[in-house]
Every structure is written in C-alpha cells, then in structure tokens.
Design a binder for this molecule. Structure first.
Ligand code: PMP
Length: 279
C-alpha cells in the first residue's frame, strides 16, 4: 500500500530517504503512532497536539497545518488493506551536510505510513505478562517523542532477553514509565501513576484510561511512585496506543499482587475496549 513522503504518495518499496537525512545521522526528528479502529483514528487531535509539543521541543516548525495532517492521514487510512491500523508519522530536520548545528533553509523530511494493527495476544490479557525493571538511563526530555530511541531499544531488548514483555524504568528510585509504554498501578486500592513531567511521555492511552477512571468513579492519584510501592503494588498495567492496556503479573520474576490481572484494571480495560470500538 501507499505511504506518504514529502508531499507524495508512493509504494513503500519506492520510498527513499537520502543517507544525509538528519533522522538517519542524528536521530534528529520526532514521531507519532496513532491507532485506528474500523478506519477511525483514536484521539487523533491529541496525537497531533503532542506532535506539536515534540516539534516545538526540538525547535522544528510544524511542516503541515492541522487540516493537511488530517487529510493525508485520512487518505492513508482509506487506502490501507485492513480496518484496524497503526499510523506512523515522523518529521526529521531534513537532509544536509553532516554537522551538529541546525542547517539553514532545509525542508524537513515528512514521512507517514499505515500498517495493520497487530492484535494484543489474548493470553497477555488473560494471564498478564512479565516485566523487568532497569535504571532509567535516558535523557531528561522524555516528554518529547523523538526518533532517538536507542536507550529505549536497549532497555526493551533487555526485557525480551529475559523472556519478559516490557522493561519498567526507575529513576533515582522512582518509577517513570516503560521502555515503550506508560504505567498505572493500584497501591492500597488507589489507582496511581507517576507525575507527567519531563521524565516521561504523556501517553494518549494513559490519558484516555484516566478519563475512563473518572467516568467509572475510580479514584486516581498522580504522584511520585517509589520503587518499593511498585514492587508491592496490587496491580500493574502498561498502556500504549498499539497494546492498549496489558496487565503485568510478574515483575522481576515475582508475582504482582495475586499474580492474576486485577479487578480495577480489568474494569478500565473493558471500558477502553468499548471506547475504542464506539468512539
Ligand atoms: N512512553 C513511551 C516511551 C512510549 O514509547 C509510548 C508509546 N509507545 C508510551 C509511553 C505510550 O504512549 P501512547 O499511549 O501515546 O502510545
């Protein structure tokens, strides 16, 4: 199917970016991943708002106005082969002779594609998944969704190497997020999540889940979470656009709570399932 590159729709196999692209050389770019259910993007405006935040954070002008983003993504959605999709878009600082300083008058590279959304394995939700913990050794601008993901890649791979699905990150003894997900947990009956600041990405899925919590009358506290609280939590859930809500039932080889997906997260998950299919 067709992808978008710098104003043109063309087959993926034909889409080419020069090796001097700063995305390739420096990871100098930002991106978004937007889930699509039944050919309807979920929380599109929130994703495009976050794109603006990421672009501003790396001092790159938004190359497209909102309506242009919406119409190009709409075309990718309509031309895709499946109803449920994952939209990917990225903007880099363009192609220029290699030099750390920003190039002058260089157009950004704008790329977008759709791929089929891989369903979350039912066993992940039924039994939960294993996660490990690591020290969060990333930089201090984790609120920006940048393509410079080497630290996240290495952390995620350490989880996979141990047969786990996600790596939960601890900075100075406090939980931040997962390598590619946010974390919500239940501590002494209360739904908690770490403060949304420069140490983690403000996840759109997390935001939707927290809105559902309000609707369901589930109390929520956004506050710093100590490592010991993570380790003694009754429930741990990871959230992301492509994996929705997945229960973590083993952390560093030990059971989380009862070792089964917990009731508060399950209520939120079923509300999330309803939201994604009916808007
Ligand atoms: N944190 C990180 C580091 C991520 O890469 C992601 C996205 N996969 C998330 C959180 C979750 O964000 P969202 O719910 O917007 O997908």
């Amino acid at each position: 199917s067709q992808v978008y590159l710098n104003g043109v729709f063309l087959p993926l196999e034909e889409a080419r970016v020069p090796v001097l692209d700063r995305g390739f050389l420096f990871g100098d770019g930002v991106y978004e991943v937007i889930p699509v259910y039944g050919r309807k993007p979920l929380a599109l405006e929130a994703h495009l708002d976050r794109l603006e935040h990421s672009l501003a954070g790396i001092r790159l002008d938004n190359p497209l106005v909102r309506t242009a983003w919406v119409s190009l993504l709409e075309r990718l959605i309509q031309e895709a082969t499946t109803d449920d999709q994952s939209l990917y878009l990225q903007v880099t600082r363009g192609v220029a002779p290699r030099d750390h300083g920003f190039p002058l008058q260089v157009p950004p590279t704008v790329f977008a594609m759709s791929k089929p959304l891989t369903p979350v394995p039912p066993a992940w939700v039924q039994a939960g998944v294993a996660a490990v913990t690591r020290v969060d050794d990333r930089w201090l601008h984790c609120d920006l969704k940048t393509t410079a993901l080497l630290a996240n890649v290495l952390l995620r791979q350490q989880a996979l190497d141990e047969g786990a699905v996600e790596c939960l990150l601890l900075r100075t003894g406090f939980l931040t997020e997962g390598a590619a997900s946010n974390v919500v947990l239940v501590v002494e009956g209360v739904l908690c999540s770490p403060p949304r600041n420069h140490l983690l990405l403000a996840g759109i899925t997390l935001d939707l889940v927290l809105h559902l919590a309000v609707q369901l009358g589930i109390a929520h506290a956004e506050r710093p979470i100590r490592e010991e609280e993570l380790r003694s939590a009754e429930e741990i859930w990871i959230t992301s656009s492509t994996r929705e809500m997945v229960p973590v039932t083993r952390l560093d080889g030990k059971p989380v709570g009862t070792g089964q997906p917990g009731p508060i997260g399950l209520r939120l998950l079923s509300a999330y399932q309803a939201l994604k299919s009916h808007g």
